[in-house]
Design a protein. Structure first.
Length: 150
């Protein structure tokens, strides 16, 4: 893989995230396995997916078949907008882990924060509950880092 910049970035908690990452947005589940396998063969070690992309199962098949140890890959996924609040975020993460066939994610993101349009009466409370779930996922070791995507 050509060298277009730094090989990794340092996150706030001291963890390193490989760069560049291979994004799977608009890659269907059937094609994801082949695309991710090729990306890994080309040298990518950071794979980015999301529940909303509907390709986590295909990405997981590629991860399982690539021949690398789990700790050699950094996997990012994202919690979609229809899963907000404590219990929903926790369940969404578990679903992603199961589809990917993983015990943990390198990075788990809220795809978008809740806003006044979606939740006019309690968007702030929804965001607080969602973030509390993210912190607990981190403490439980199901995710190594957390954040908000957009």
């Amino acid at each position: 893989m050509p060298n277009y910049g730094p090989k990794s970035f340092l996150l706030a908690d001291g963890q390193s995230i490989p760069a560049p990452g291979y994004g799977t947005w608009q890659v269907d589940d059937q094609t994801a396995k082949q695309c991710v396998e090729e990306a890994i063969k080309a040298g990518y070690r950071h794979i980015d997916t999301a529940a909303a992309y509907k390709n986590e199962a295909g990405v997981g098949k590629a991860i399982a078949s690539c021949g690398l140890n789990r700790d050699e890959l950094f996997i990012t996924s994202k919690c979609w907008n229809d899963h907000r609040g404590y219990d929903q975020v926790k369940a969404a993460c578990q679903q992603s882990l199961e589809k990917l066939g993983l015990e943990y994610l390198g990075l788990y993101l809220l795809h978008w924060p809740a806003n006044e349009v979606q939740y006019p009466d309690n968007w702030d409370e929804i965001n607080q509950d969602s973030w509390r779930a993210m912190i607990d996922l981190y403490k439980e070791g199901k995710v190594k880092a957390i954040g908000v995507f957009n």
